[in-house]
Design a protein. Structure first.
Ligand code: TIU
Length: 221
């Protein structure tokens, strides 16, 4: 068995059961003028990981590891947007409002799109999700079962919100989860650090963490 150099110990790699899930690398979270900025965040921290995410995606493609993308978004009629989510907090722009990149987090709008640099290839699975977790109200669980993909590498944003929520959902469904440390980011550096620490604590209670280098080294081996 080849392992990936990871914390808290080597990730027990089974290559033919492995997929990469790239969470919500959307303009709305990463570029100025979108949802992330409307919540009062500095989005430049998130933009900085784009090259690492790109390297991980391209390395997985080259190694034959399926790449799955998610997008947090809602239907134009807001039928899948709980009032509690729309009205949470006091953002400058609410989900569904018209912003500089189209309606915030609405399917098909320019701001909702995945960054051009990280765009899904034809044939790659793209999961549109109304929640923070990618399993809630989506076909992701069935798609993974059908493809017998039990091990999941995670990248994307934000570490403690959509990435961590999805990892916890996956862990409870029996998946082994590995978070790519330098291919995920938070608007809050201390939340990223805490999330990495809590995921791998207690003997990998939620999963493992590893660098993009370590993941690609193992896939090249
Ligand atoms: N606000 C925040 O940190 N994240 C989100 O709203 N969505 C995702 O993490 N994708």
């Amino acid at each position: 068995m080849t392992g990936i150099r990871a914390l808290p110990y080597a990730f027990p790699l089974r290559r033919n059961e492995l997929a990469l899930i790239v969470i919500d690398m959307q303009r709305d979270f990463v570029e100025p003028g979108g949802f992330g900025e409307s919540l009062g965040n500095d989005v430049s921290r998130l933009f900085a990981i784009v090259p690492a995410v790109k390297r991980l995606i391209e390395g997985c493609r080259a190694a034959g590891v399926p790449v799955i993308h998610t997008q947090e978004c809602h239907q134009p009629d807001l039928s899948d947007l709980p009032a509690a989510k729309r009205h949470r907090g006091n953002p400058r722009l609410r989900i569904g409002d018209a912003g500089p990149m189209g309606r915030i987090l609405i399917a098909g709008e320019p701001g909702t799109a995945i960054l051009d640099d990280l765009a899904p290839l034809p044939g790659e699975l793209v999961i549109e999700k109304p929640g923070k977790g990618a399993f809630y109200a989506t076909s992701l669980g069935e798609e993974l079962k059908r493809r017998r993909l039990t091990q999941l590498i995670f990248a994307g944003v934000t570490t403690e919100v959509c990435v961590q929520t999805t990892m916890r959902e996956a862990n409870d469904r029996g998946h082994e989860c590995l978070l790519a440390e330098d291919a995920t980011e938070s608007y809050f550096p201390e939340f990223k650090a805490a999330t990495l620490a809590m995921i791998r604590a207690q003997g990998a209670i939620v999963g493992w963490t590893a660098s993009v280098d370590a993941i690609l080294e193992a896939l090249d081996a």
